[in-house]
Design a protein around this ligand. Structure first.
Ligand code: SF4
Ligand code: SF4
Ligand code: SF4
Ligand code: FES
Length: 927
């Protein structure tokens, strides 16, 4: 694709059902009432000059560049702020309006540097384009008077500059920061000639509240706000559409290139998940792909205390295959297994689980979702019949009440958070259930009406108490329950939830949440026309993670909040392809599409296509593999793109298990904590080199397209196929597209999916098959996937992880906006500017009690281990609770997390660890 700007219609589309007819420069067109004259003209193929207008933002009407003549009307109205009226006749190109536009442009140019030829935006500047369009040939006023040509530059942000001398005060940046991003970091200060863009209270961009989403840079019609990479490398010459490889929002981007060099990532307006928005990670933090730390050749060694030696692909694969075969010959078929990665494409994941089932000959495959959203899989399958969020992201725009439980969307799912905040600014009510005061509780123009600041580990008690209020105060949607749900399961649940022990009053001491607050929140949720629940790892990573997912599903069914727009139960998935990795059959008990390995019909279908006999018994989960390794029963593992020695709980146990194995194969971009225990390192590809698909949190299957050849010389799926083949199971595909064809053949929910379809329509949300050829934005509309919705009783069982005199504080963990997961990628970008280390948040009273001062080093100890980090005194956490992130191996927060886990899925209890915090006299961060 060559560079050409997408059509900008000037103002957002109107949504009215009523049409009006207008004539523009002799062309008649029907548009929805409320459509601006500018937009109607653009839809009729007539481009009206503009500077302050763009279709991502509400019309502002400040530049006067878009004036038009309207027959029967006095003056020359701005077409961007004038709505079409039935029968209106508009002339956009009269000599009169042309003269006005030239005069306006002349004024702009008289206070603008005339350095177009050396400007980084030369050829990609709306001011330059418009000067040409209006036919400006000379500037009569000269440049001697007062002007802004020497206004200072702000280069503080690592990714973009602000050159005030080029600013035309159009306010697009200010409006983008407010309307699109919802941060409101920018204002236009001063009036008239003194007008200028200011970040926060006149601070630099870096010091301001700016979160570096890039929306202002994209909105700026000049080079005032400009990506530093464009300044360095020049304007792009070609572009490729692809998908961000960070979080589960799955934003679509256009990678803009010069040759094979990536110049910038621009969020794609047609992207279903992001509609043209982005966050700092996807927009700017892609430099890790070319970081010098990338390993580009395979590495092997006989023992982990030996240095690595470089190998060819053939040598490394032969080495790995021979060892795997020898281990199986000596210790049995079940002595090896593997882990798939939520960071890889569906196609890459599919071939790894296929290799394990067909070439290794067992079902010892698991995925990193084990440590994040496996309870979602279990809980939603039990209640609704399938393991996925129920809505598309756009659905939140129709919610009247939004409940956020154990999630911090502004940091972890920022682009969805911006969409949610927009709805909240329009008046939707917000209920936050979280031990921390996350940003959403109070942010510009957004305030939670209820913050249920529960004690970590008491989620189930809180949601049971909410449901108790719903049932006992007559707030159940009886029509929905009787039509759509299993009556026996409802009756059992109703009798259980009514019990006095589930009342808010009975549970107030346990949860730490005042009973009246719970009652009020329950009434707000249950009586809203449309109420939606969004949840994150604060729900799943508990010993009762699966119970909590089912408790949420019960509540949504009891109140009829399932099966239409604006409602639903929505897990905010962590990694970019965690949904896809689960869909592809990465769990030891399920083949692709969540079908149990013991189902003969399903298994025989796979056997026929794969030409291999498959085992009918589930294999080992990650914790089982690690436990078995420590007793010598599990000897070799293939780990695709996952740093389990840093990301999994109770690090000492993980390391001991890895150390005990005869063979550890790691496939990744960088040598990491896990590769310290590896014998074979197979270099992986960055998302910029991948061809395939990712599936986001709303089940949207997006294309990932290579913008450059693989830097390692092989695609990851080719490496997996080569290893399977070397082990005696021939596996071959001509392309990633062919792998998707096999996925579609074997997975009913993917039956209609192909690269050709995705290339044609952009993206689809599964199920996508004959019944729904363009996908399914909202699930369970007429009936649940399992038929009738199933209520499950959810007794609250306190976690074994309790505070004691020795460990009197509860540690909970989360993510920051600028770092990602264990930080392997983001730590290798300028994002370290904002989050150079993990910090422990602690309440003032706890700090005082321990003599801990803000910014000093502390030792954090639990019964599992000890680590060190600096402390921040913060009232975002209540007394008794401390909080940190786990982005940096040096602090290794998971050293202290325990091996408690969810009863149903073994998902680790990351969110509750009893700890003690002591001032540290020895500052030894490498210890
Ligand atoms: S980068 Fe984003 S947050 Fe920062 S000023 Fe621009 S729009 Fe606002
Ligand atoms: S920085 Fe750009 S978008 Fe903002 S007011 Fe100036 S010219 Fe307009
Ligand atoms: S919100 Fe997630 S998917 Fe979107 S740009 Fe940011 S990290 Fe990437
Ligand atoms: S584009 Fe209409 S007034 Fe600026």
């Amino acid at each position: 694709m060559t560079i050409a700007n997408d059509i900008d219609f000037g103002t957002p589309a109107a949504t009215s059902d009523v049409d009006v007819s207008v004539t523009i420069d002799g062309t008649s067109i029907c548009v929805p009432a409320g459509t601006s004259v500018m937009r109607a003209a653009a839809e009729a193929g007539v481009a009206i000059p503009k500077l302050c207008a763009t279709d991502r933002l509400d019309a502002f009407g400040s530049c006067r560049m878009c004036v038009v003549d309207i027959e029967g009307r006095k003056g020359t109205p701005a077409s961007c702020t004038t709505p079409c009226e039935d029968g209106m006749v508009v002339n956009t190109q009269t000599p009169h309006v042309a003269k006005i536009r030239r005069g306006v442009m002349e004024l702009y140019i008289s206070d603008h540097p005339l350095d177009c030829l050396t400007c980084p935006a030369n050829g990609d500047c709306e001011l330059q384009d418009m000067a040409g369009v209006v036919g400006l040939r000379e500037v009569r006023y000269g440049f001697d008077g007062e002007n802004h040509l020497d206004a200072p530059k702000d280069e503080s942000n690592p990714y973009f500059t602000f050159d005030a001398s080029k600013c035309i005060a159009c306010s697009r940046c200010v409006r983008a920061c407010g309307e699109v991003q919802g941060t409101f970091a920018l204002t236009i200060s001063g009036r008239g000639f003194e007008s200028k863009v200011s970040a926060s209270a006149g601070e630099s961009f870096l010091q301001s509240e700016c979160v570096s989403c890039g929306a202002c840079v994209q909105a700026c019609p000049t080079s005032t706000l400009q990506e530093k990479t464009v300044i360095e490398l020049g304007t792009p010459t070609r572009k490729v559409k692809t998908t961000c490889a960070y979080c589960g929002v799955g934003c679509s981007f256009t990678a803009e290139m010069r040759g094979n060099e990536l110049v910038r990532m621009v969020p794609d307006k047609s992207g279903g998940a992001n509609e043209g928005h982005s966050c700092v990670k996807g927009r700017f933090a892609w430099g890790y792909a070319s970081h010098a730390d990338r390993v580009l050749s395979p590495l092997v060694r006989d023992r982990i205390d030996e240095p690595w030696r470089e190998a060819t692909w053939d040598e490394a694969i032969a080495f790995a295959a021979a060892r795997l075969q020898a281990i199986q010959a000596e210790h049995g078929v079940d002595s090896i297994g593997g882990i798939t990665s939520s960071r890889c494409t569906n196609e890459e994941v599919f071939v790894v689980q296929k290799m394990i089932r067909a070439a290794f000959g067992n079902n010892n495959v698991d995925t990193c979702a084990r440590v994040c959203h496996s309870p979602t899989g279990y809980g939603l399958k039990q209640t609704f019949g399938t393991s996925a969020g129920t809505q598309d992201f756009a659905s939140v725009e129709e919610s009247d009440v939004i409940v956020v439980i154990g999630a911090n969307p502004t940091d972890a799912h920022p682009v969805f958070a911006s969409r949610m905040k927009k709805r909240l600014r329009q008046g939707a009510e917000l209920i936050v259930i979280d031990p921390r005061r996350i940003d959403l509780v109070h942010s510009p123009h957004v305030h939670a009406s209820h913050h249920l600041q529960l004690l970590p580990g008491t989620n189930v008690a809180v949601v049971n108490a909410i449901s108790h209020v719903v049932v006992t105060e007559g707030l159940v949607d009886t029509a929905f329950v009787s039509e759509r749900c299993d009556p026996a399961s409802y009756d059992a649940w109703e009798s259980f939830i009514r019990l006095p022990e589930n009342s808010p009053e009975a549970l107030a001491d346990v949860t730490g949440v005042p009973a009246e607050l719970i009652r009020s929140a329950a009434r707000v949720y249950a009586t809203a026309p449309n109420a939606a629940i969004y949840y994150g790892l604060g729900v799943t990573e508990h010993s009762q993670g699966s119970t909590m997912v089912m408790a949420i599903a019960n509540l949504a069914m009891a109140t009829g909040n399932i099966g239409r727009r604006g409602v639903g139960v929505n897990p905010l998935r962590g990694q970019n392809n965690v949904q896809g990795a689960c869909d592809m059959g990465s769990f030891p008990h399920e083949l692709a599409g969540y079908r149990h390995v013991s189902d003969d019909t399903v298994r025989h279908q796979f056997e026929a296509v794969w030409g291999a006999e498959l085992r009918a018994e589930p294999g080992l989960r990650i914790p089982n593999m690690l436990d078995a390794a420590t007793v010598g029963a599990f000897r070799a593992i293939y780990i695709q793109g996952e740093d389990i020695a840093q990301s999994d709980p109770n690090t000492q146990h993980v390391r001991a298990a890895l150390e005990a194995m005869d063979l550890v194969i790691v496939q990744d971009l960088f040598l990491n904590e896990t590769s310290k225990f590896a014998h074979v390192f197979l270099p992986g590809t960055s998302f910029l080199e991948k061809d395939g698909t990712f599936t986001n949190a709303e089940r949207r299957i997006n294309r990932v397209r290579p913008i450059m050849p693989s830097r390692t010389g092989m695609s990851e799926w080719e490496v997996t196929c080569a290893l399977a083949t070397a082990m005696g199971y021939p596996m071959h595909y001509d392309s990633a597209s062919q792998i998707m064809d096999e996925i579609a053949e074997l997975t009913p929910t993917f039956a209609g999916v192909s690269f050709a379809l995705l290339d044609r329509v952009g993206s689809v949300q599964w199920p996508c098959n004959d019944a729904t050829p363009l996908g399914t934005p909202i699930m369970h509309e007429d009936h649940f996937v399992r038929g009738l919705g199933n209520f499950v009783t959810t007794p609250y069982v306190p976690t074994d992880e309790r505070t004691t005199r020795k460990f009197p504080l509860l540690l909970t963990t989360g993510r920051s906006l600028t770092q990602y997961n264990v930080g392997a990628q983001t730590r290798r970008t300028a994002n370290v500017t904002w989050h150079p280390e993990d910090i422990l948040d602690m309440h003032e009273s706890d700090a005082e009690l321990r003599g801990v001062a803000d910014g000093t080093w502390v030792e954090v100890s639990s019964r599992a281990g000890v680590t060190s980090m600096r402390v921040r005194i913060s009232d975002d956490v209540p007394a008794g609770v401390v909080y940190t992130t786990f982005h940096h191996p040096v602090s290794g927060a998971n050293v202290v997390t325990t091996d408690n886990s969810d009863w149903a899925t073994n998902c680790p209890e990351y969110k509750v660890t009893a700890v003690e915090v002591r001032p540290q006299t020895r500052v030894d961060v490498g210890a």
